[in-house]
Structures are given as structure tokens and as C-alpha cells.
Design a protein around this ligand. Structure first.
Ligand SMILES: [Ca+2]
Length: 421
């Protein structure tokens, strides 16, 4: 029962002969390391975005990949990961546990002080992302989670973000710094809490927020009076930066940075340009990678590159009826009718993998693969599938302090994998 609810983009996978052919090609090599880039397939408007070179994206690549080894196993649907100053890590489990894993993975303990009773653990809900901010001798931990309402809101839930000081293995001074408005009825939806956290060097905290997924809710992605379907930007203490784009606008929530998102779960800063990039789940197909710019509207649900659940992906009309409209940003790349269900992501800075310097890697849930995306300016010039042979849903990927990549699998017996050479 619960298994179905884990799918961030439920619905049948695209039946695409080219995709199958490339899978067979990868399988014929017998190695995880064979990778193939898959352009969109099956529909008339499912190829690369206009800014891309279809020729470059159509290349099939094969390469020997660094080994992916288990650093720690036995995690229950791990969702977020952040490093502490000693290079050990905090890992969230959706059931409401915050785990402390040693740098070599040999030791694990549970951090106390997480308000498990306030966490709505069903559907996509639960304890979600974690970020760490060191201020002098203080270590501040930021947590996002789906929060139960109280009082007359008891039958609702919504994304909340709290912070606390980490002292030993305890959280102290825990307090909520952001609550997405409105909380929505659990009878309508338990999905699309978004929830990726990114603490920028400026001290500003970015939070991705989903739009609730149901037909009744998703239109709010276009409302400035709702946090649903937004990326928001706040200060460390939860206050609103004066230079946010909608500060002072009548009826606008001042935390909003960008709007028109469906369910963004990946967020990363480009190490060279400082640009903010985000991955976003489409419905059936239409998974997106967006360059996030202050005040921009990314279109959902007025435009999209994906289909309604239950409609034929090869012949459907896209959600919103069109893939573009004036004033609405196009994704820098999208995956057409192929479902990858992108979640966490990170840029490689090249310290361990020089050949991947400034490449973006994205964890794929539905596709059970890691994608490596090469970006030049505002263009994506190649996308490569990696590690599909492991057959596990990948929730998140982060670069470790030594440059290795750490990968979280979204499984009942989930793992932290370390990709290193
Ligand atoms: Ca979009």
C-alpha cells in the first residue's frame, strides 16, 4: 500500500522503443558503468528545449564509472543529507528520525529532539531535508518536514522548516522559522511538499515548496497569496529579506522568490557562477531543470511538457494545453515524455572528478538512475544516465568534503552510497 505512495511521479513509464533499445545496449555491457543519454521520445513536442542542440543530446555515451560502494545501510527512506564540520553527516529518515553517521559510515546514532509527533508521515510527508550552518562554535541544524496542523487545522498538513542548535547528539532551542501557507486537507492530498533546503553563502535560506498535486490545489502555484508551488527565500532566523521580489506587493506573501513550480525537490548553486538551479517533477513526463531567477514564473500549471496522469503519453495534450506562453520561463532542459522523477542534486567542483568539473548530477527516483548534466552558460549540452544498473530509487546526491559523491537510496532498507576513486 505504502509503496505506491512513494512514487513522486506515479503512472506508467513511457513505452519508448528507443529507450528500451538503449537499456538493452547498457545491459549488453554487463556493467553499471555503461551510460546512455536518452532524449525525450514518443511525442511531437517531447524533444530538447529550443535552447538545446538535439544532436548533442542524442549522443549515446559509454564510460567507465567510479565504483559506488555502500557506506551505510539499513536506513528507512533517507531523504536529506548534510555534512558536519568533522565530515560526519546528518541524514534524515522520512519516518521522523535524524541520524548521525560517521564519515567512514561505520557508526550511526540517532539525534534526539526532533518533534516526531508534529510530523505528518504519510504520502510524500515525513521528515525531509536537512541543512547545517556553522556559526562560530555553534552548529545550527535546519530541518524541513510535513507538519500536522493544530486546533481547527488538525486535519491539514503543510511544509515547515525549523532550526535548532546541535549539542552532542541533541537538538536544542528547536523552533519553527517558516510554515508554508495554506496547510492543505489530508483528505485532498498528502503529496508534493517539495522541501529541499539550500543555505546560500549570503546567509539566505532557499526552500522549495510543492503545489499539493491535486487538481483543487495546483492552481495556487500561480497565486502570490499562497506558498504552494513556490521557491521561497528567508533569512536564517525566518525573517524576510527586504530585497525579496514581492515585498510590499499587495496580497503577496513576501517570502516568495519564484513561482509556477510543481514539485521541486532539487536545489544547487553553480560553483563557478553562483547561479541557483532547481530540478522539478513533471506529471507524466515533463520533468524539468530550471535556472532560478528572482521573481520569475516557471509556468506550472498554465504550461508544461507533461501529461495528466492516466492519459496516453504519446498522444496526450500537455497540462495547460501548451508548452509555452509569454512571460513564463521555459526549463533549461526537460525530459519530454520520459519519466526520471528528479530529486536532490549537486554540482561537482572537480576536486575528485576533474572530468566532471561544474557538471550537475541529479538523483532520479522513478528512473532509478543518476543523471550527469553538462551546462554551458544557459544551455544544457549533454545529459548522461549513470548507475542505472543498481536498480534503486535515488533520493539525493551531495558532494562530500573530499569531492566524492554521496547518494541516498529511497528504499525501506536504504543506503548511503559513496562514489569515489
Ligand atoms: Ca515549468
Amino acid at each position: 500500500m505504502r509503496k505506491d505512495l512513494h512514487a513522486d511521479a506515479p503512472g506508467p513509464l513511457v513505452n519508448c522503443s528507443r529507450r528500451e533499445a538503449l537499456h538493452r545496449l547498457a545491459g549488453a555491457g554487463g556493467a553499471v558503468g555503461l551510460a546512455a543519454m536518452l532524449p525525450g521520445c514518443g511525442g511531437s513536442d517531447d524533444g530538447a528545449a529550443a535552447t538545446e542542440s538535439p544532436q548533442a543530446l542524442a549522443e549515446v555515451q559509454a564510460e567507465a564509472l567510479p565504483a559506488a560502494r555502500t557506506l551505510h545501510s539499513g536506513l528507512d527512506h533517507a531523504w536529506g543529507l548534510a555534512f558536519l564540520p568533522d565530515h560526519s553527516m546528518l541524514v534524515t529518515e522520512r519516518i521522523g528520525r535524524l541520524r548521525h553517521v560517521s564519515a567512514d559510515g561505520s557508526r550511526i546514532s540517532t539525534v534526539s529532539g526532533v518533534p516526531v509527533g508534529r510530523i505528518q508521515n504519510a504520502g510524500h510527508g515525513g521528515l525531509l531535508d536537512v541543512a547545517v550552518d556553522t556559526q562560530g562554535s555553534d552548529i545550527w541544524v535546519y530541518l524541513s518536514y510535513a507538519e500536522h496542523g493544530t486546533g481547527d487545522q488538525f486535519n491539514r498538513a503543510g511544509t515547515a522548516v525549523a532550526r535548532a542548535r546541535l549539542v552532542g547528539n541533541d537538538l536544542r532551542d528547536f523552533h519553527v522559522i517558516f510554515r508554508a501557507y495554506p496547510k492543505y486537507l489530508l483528505s485532498i492530498s498528502k503529496y508534493h511538499y517539495g522541501s529541499r533546503l539550500l543555505l546560500a553563502g549570503s546567509g539566505k535560506l532557499f526552500i522549495t515548496l510543492g503545489e499539493g498535486r491535486s487538481d483543487e490545489l495546483r492552481g495556487q502555484a500561480q497565486w502570490l497569496s499562497s506558498h504552494l508551488g513556490k521557491i521561497v527565500r528567508i533569512n536564517r532566523d525566518g525573517s524576510v529579506p527586504a530585497d525579496n521580489p514581492f515585498v510590499g506587493h499587495e496580497h503577496a506573501l513576501p517570502e516568495i522568490w519564484t513561482l509556477g513550480h510543481r514539485n521541486p525537490q532539487g536545489l544547487a548553486l553553480h560553483p563557478a557562477t553562483g547561479e541557483l538551479w532547481s530540478s522539478e517533477h513533471g506529471p507524466q513526463g515533463g520533468d524539468e531543470l530550471n535556472l532560478i531567477e528572482r521573481g520569475h514564473n516557471y509556468g506550472w500549471p498554465r504550461i508544461s511538457h507533461g501529461c495528466e496522469y492516466g492519459t496516453p503519453v504519446d498522444t496526450c495534450t500537455v497540462v495547460g494545453g501548451s508548452t509555452s506562453a509569454p512571460g513564463l520561463d521555459q526549463p533549461v532542459t526537460h525530459w519530454g515524455r520520459v519519466r526520471i522523477a528528479p530529486s536532490g542534486m549537486t554540482f561537482c567542483d572537480g576536486r575528485m572528478f576533474p572530468e566532471w568539473r561544474n557538471h550537475l548530477v541529479i538523483a532520479g527516483l522513478g528512473g532509478k538512475e543518476l543523471w550527469r548534466v553538462v551546462i554551458e552558460g544557459r544551455r544544457v549540452v549533454s545529459r548522461t544516465r549513470m548507475y542505472a544498473g543498481l536498480g534503486e530509487r535515488f533520493r539525493h546526491v551531495q558532494q562530500a568534503p573530499d569531492g566524492a559523491l554521496l547518494l541516498l537510496t529511497d528504499e525501506a532498507n536504504g543506503r548511503v552510497l559513496r562514489i569515489a576513486r
